[in-house]
Ligand binder design. Structure first.
Ligand SMILES: *[C@@H]1O[C@H](CO)[C@@H](O)[C@H](O)[C@H]1NC(C)=O
Length: 122
């Protein structure tokens, strides 16, 4: 290997390393957002909830919710709504997943009460 070839090789390697670290990979879509409502037809004051990825149990809601309206749920994420304030699956009220189309108001299951929720993303 001549010295010129070696220099070109090292330059190419350096450029590759710089570009590989400088260009960030697009983050995987793990975003989710929805509004909780005290009224079963999504009336009353909205309580917006939004973040990225899985959550622990969230029970610090503004009030007990009776309906929800999804805005965006990433593929592979699901939201579980509970009729208690500790995400106890014995009182699972509703499960929401990514769904195309316009956001719809959904009553929170037959019990119509949500005191906590938890998001799980694959
Ligand atoms: C929502 O609308 C229903 C029916 O009009 C009403 O009975 C209920 O009090 C409303 N709830 C809130 C929180 O505004």
């Amino acid at each position: 290997m001549s010295l010129i070839t070696l220099h070109i090789y090292l330059l190419a390697l350096a450029l590759f390393l710089v570009s590989a670290t400088a260009i960030p990979r697009p983050p995987r879509d793990l975003q989710w957002s929805f509004d909780l409502y005290p009224g079963t037809s999504c009336n009353g004051t909205a309580d917006p909830q939004a973040a990225f990825g899985s959550t622990k149990c969230r029970a610090n809601l503004r009030s007990v919710a009776s309906a929800y309206q999804l805005h965006h749920v990433a593929e592979g994420c699901r939201i579980e709504f509970f009729d208690n304030t500790m995400c106890d699956r014995a009182d699972l009220a509703a499960v929401a997943k990514s769904s195309p189309g316009a956001p719809m108001c959904r009553p929170a299951g037959p019990v119509h009460r949500v005191g906590s929720y938890q998001v799980t993303c694959d």
